[in-house]
Design a protein around this ligand. Sequence first.
Ligand code: AHR
Ligand code: AHR
Length: 495
Amino acid sequence: MKKYKIIANKNLKVGKIEKELYSSFIEHLGRCIYGGIYEPTHPTSDEDGFRKDVLDVVKDLDLELIRYPGGNFVSGYFWEDGIGPRENRPVRREEAWHSIETNAIGTDEFMKWVKKANCTPMMALNLGTGTIENAVNLVEYCNSNGNGKYANLRRQYGDKDPYNIKYWCLGNEMDGDWQIGHMPVEDYITKAHEISKLIRQIDPNLKLIACGSSTIDMPTFPSWDRKVLEGLYDDVDYLSVHQYFFESTTENDFYASYLAMEKYITSLRSVLNYVKAHKKSKKDIYLCFDEYNVWYNVNPLRDDWQIAPPINEEFQSLKDTIVFGGLINSLLNNCDIIKIACLAQLVNVIAPIMTENNGRLLLNTIYYPFLNATKYNRGETLKTFVVDGDQFDSRYGKAYYISQAITVNDEELVINISNYAKEESNVEILLTDFNKMKLINHSAMFGDDMDARNTFDNPYNVVPIDMKNTVKVEKEKVTIQLKPQSWNCIRLKIN
Ligand code: AHR
Ligand code: AHR
């Protein structure tokens, strides 16, 4: 049995958990849009062709922002293809994912869908093939109340009122050679600056997000991030970063993904602080972690140029799920600088929600910890210190066999723990200044087969289970018994 001692104090907090920390992402990629959110022939579809079965489970997640339309897709996307009467919209070769784009869904349909999902839009601009003019026109189309051509086009095709989209990404992963229109950092800064300058004239209330690094492994990390911040400090509000994890070396390295994420964020924190100090600025720029997940790249790129081919359709395993829990913990533990985080993606592509064309819907294993986070981990994160416990060696350094995040709001204290050890573990948490705690429940995901998944024919194979007699609550102390290799959430009533 492995043992851990953790301490936390009621008044020692990381910070507030912004509602935007629970955001997601839909891209014109594979079957995310077509066959995912939109399928007019599906029995559940509404008058706009949106799948209601998908909308229902998206609404349950209570997400804040939905990033759109990409991803790599956006860097070759001409947004004017996607407005106006459908029969006039061009069908195009889509270069990022080697697919055929019908443009049946565009900006106006996205706005309708996002509203039905009770979410807020976060739009990405094309800084690859797109010109400064294209970007400015899109912002005019969406947000202008004036009498210009594009505001009037919106009145004609979309809505008489401006959409007032606040969050705008200045491109996607522009540091990567795979990106359409990838460019040296200096060129990116120039283009992003020119666009931000002009679009802020249309709407001074925009929140702008600059491209930081696509992964921690980029040869240009973290100098790309430093240069982008130095060049765009006064233009933007957030730096976007991405990271996906998969089991590439050892199982232990994979389990240490939470530590890798933590170290990535720590480095970015240093870069943010460095540039702020160097600029002698009073302004803070925050991180927008707008793509994260476990991702194996199954059935990735195809060369048959189809409409909505299955790409990156993943059925995450139990093992992936406890790693995923660790990623959420790292986000929560850094919520003072991570103000936005988008799970990539939402439907069919590296997603918690899967669909069959004209058929069933499935909740992948990671849907459950994600739902749990958005439901219960609201409020603030407490600082936690593991003062004693078993560790293993990983490529990121020594890692504890558990990762944890503790959050608190007026009613509840919520303890999230992933246990990576192959044996039962005992966790003793000293929670000073909390003296009236009462267990609500301990929910866990575990099992003998770490490769177990949910499938359309066995959809509830891996789901959370309510545990019995695993938590002891004493004055200021909670002791928890964890199953081997498990994801756990323990909710306690306070006050
Ligand atoms: O989410 C899948 C892809 O991952 C996105 O299109 C891109 O931004 C990243 O490389
Ligand atoms: O596809 C290349 C890279 O892989 C990037 O897109 C990154 O996000 C992913 O890890």
